[in-house]
Design a protein around this ligand. Sequence first.
Ligand SMILES: Nc1ncnc2c1ncn2[C@@H]1O[C@H](COP(=O)(O)OP(=O)(O)O)[C@@H](O)[C@H]1O
Ligand SMILES: [Mg+2]
Length: 238
Amino acid sequence: MAVLLKVEHLSVRYGPVLALDDVSLAVERGSIFAVLGPNGAGKTSLLRAIAGVVRPAGGDIWFEGTLVTPVAPHLRARMGLVYQPETRELFGGLTVARNIALGAEGQGRSLDPARLKEILSYFPGLEGKLERRPNTMSGGEQQMVALARSMAAEPKLLAIDEPSLGLSPQLVSRLFGVLRDIARKAGLTILLAEQNARMAMKIADEALFLRTGRTALAGPVAALQSRDLSSYYLGASG
Ligand SMILES: Nc1ncnc2c1ncn2[C@@H]1O[C@H](COP(=O)(O)OP(=O)(O)O)[C@@H](O)[C@H]1O
Ligand SMILES: [Mg+2]
């Protein structure tokens, strides 16, 4: 499998705070790569640097073999590097259909009905809610709408930040099932930042644990699963 995204020696600094310190990784096309670690570990900073919304203090980012470190965020998105922030950023007062269409329109395209139907096939139940407004929907439904909108942006790589936030374990399980389907059936590559390491590792091929901005542990999930990972989940030392 070919590498879709390569990150080399990436650092992110907010004033005196070194949020990400010399992190390198490679994401294979078609895989799910989980970035794990407790609150404050640097997961969001890593995704923000990859998306281009924060300028790294050092290091480089390659997407499909192109150096994108100097490329503006909206141009990265047009190349297929789509970022879904933790805040979801839905328009609560617009319909679900409009919110999803905005994913395509943000890339200067329109969303044709056949493609909408195809996207909706990954989200059971959403088709009947196209005229609803996200601000009347549950957190789980909102996350599905956000994910459908991200798909309408036609990502090659979807960098998604803490999609499980605020969802019940049952909904997290359903949402991660959808993410796995998207990766397997739609051929999408997913970079998943999650505090919920146990759940994320159920669908991920590779995982990287951050601890205070540094890589604490990384490798194929199949190889990591045999180890006691509790200290990495919690960010304790040792
Ligand atoms: N805008 C910011 N200004 C200053 N410090 C920040 C900012 N964003 C994040 N940080 C700090 O950077 C570190 C990493 O944060 P973040 O990347 O949000 O981690 P995570 O997503 O794993 O919770 C934390 O110490 C956090 O307090
Ligand atoms: Mg975060």
